[in-house]
Design a protein around this ligand. Structure first.
Ligand code: SAM
Length: 285
């Protein structure tokens, strides 16, 4: 590692940053690994990277060392701020840190992009709010959204749900939300032992890039509704699980050309999108 800063173990000792469970703190101390994760995020030269939860700065240093033009971070734990101020100094002020809760942030305002800058999100997310943040970013009304990519660490089980294909147990609401207007893959598998302290389960980094929606006429809230009803009773046939929609379920499935005896986990993302469009047409007729 080529930055002038001390190793992360020393930083943690110097600033007394013992990991707190309440903040979901599991730190990455291997800067080779954090640089590898930073490289997954793409070409960072023109990028402003939004990082949630920099902690002692492992991933932050990875992003800066890999050439991020700027990193804007939000950290809830004020104990980390002095250590992060040193990172900012070592990287000529390319790091800005805000103290607060990432769930409350209006990111585009915080990032204040200049012309020509690409906005990306890269974070080793706190497990307790990781899925909520992902859903916040995947359910923005404006699409394409303000970010060009998401590079995010999750528990492996959550990462598998995000990338899951139909026919698997992991396939569900999160898979459809992530895949109907974006491309997503697992980029790095990270064992529990890579963290300090090690969590109980393994992790994985996903990389997501927004794309055009499969059908631009479909409204997110209609898709969310049919998906939520279908997976709410995932073992039932669709004709039963979709009964609570305010249209006739049998007719809806026939019009969308989806066999009413199929079950939620066998329906493809394309078919859910078709179902949502047909549902909206019937409801508005
Ligand atoms: N990025 C560091 C690393 O990779 O070593 C730390 C990752 S740790 C899993 C999660 C970090 O998110 C912690 O530093 C924690 O204090 C912070 N955090 C937890 N909840 C947060 C929230 N709601 N908003 C902002 N930061 C939060």
């Amino acid at each position: 590692m080529s930055d002038a800063l001390p190793p992360l173990r020393e930083v943690i000792r110097e600033f007394d940053l013992r990991a707190k469970k309440s903040f979901g703190q599991n730190f990455l101390l291997d800067l080779n690994l954090t640089r590898k994760i930073a490289r997954v995020a793409g070409d960072l030269a023109d990028s402003v990277v939004y990082e949630v939860g920099p902690g002692p700065g492992g991933l932050t240093r990875g992003l800066l060392a890999e050439g991020a033009k700027r990193v804007v971070a939000v950290e809830m734990d004020e104990r980390c701020l002095p250590a992060l101020a040193e990172v900012s100094r070592a990287y000529d002020g390319r790091l800005t840190v805000h103290q607060g809760d990432a769930l409350d942030m209006d990111e585009p305002t915080l990032l204040a992009p200049q012309p020509g800058e690409t906005l990306r999100i890269a974070s080793n997310l706190p497990y307790n709010v990781g899925t909520m943040l992902l859903i916040k970013w995947l359910t923005l009304d404006e699409w394409k959204p303000w970010f060009a990519s998401l590079t995010l660490m999750f528990q492996r089980e959550v990462a598998e749900r995000i990338v899951a294909k139909p026919g698997s147990k992991a396939y569900g609401r999160l898979s459809v939300l992530a895949q109907w207007r974006g491309k997503v893959r697992i980029a790095v598998n990270v064992p529990a032992a890579a963290f300090t302290p090690p969590p109980k389960v393994a992790s994985a980094v996903i990389h997501y890039e927004p794309s055009e929606p499969l059908d631009a006429t479909v409204k997110l809230k209609d898709l969310e509704l049919v998906v939520e009803r279908a997976f709410g009773q995932r073992r039932k046939m669709l004709r039963a699980s979709l009964k609570s929609l305010p249209v006739n379920a049998g007719e809806l499935l026939a019009k969308a050309d989806i066999d009413e005896t199929r079950r939620a986990e066998d329906v493809s993302v394309e078919e859910y999108v078709r179902l949502a469009r047909t549902y909206a047409e019937m409801r508005d007729a």
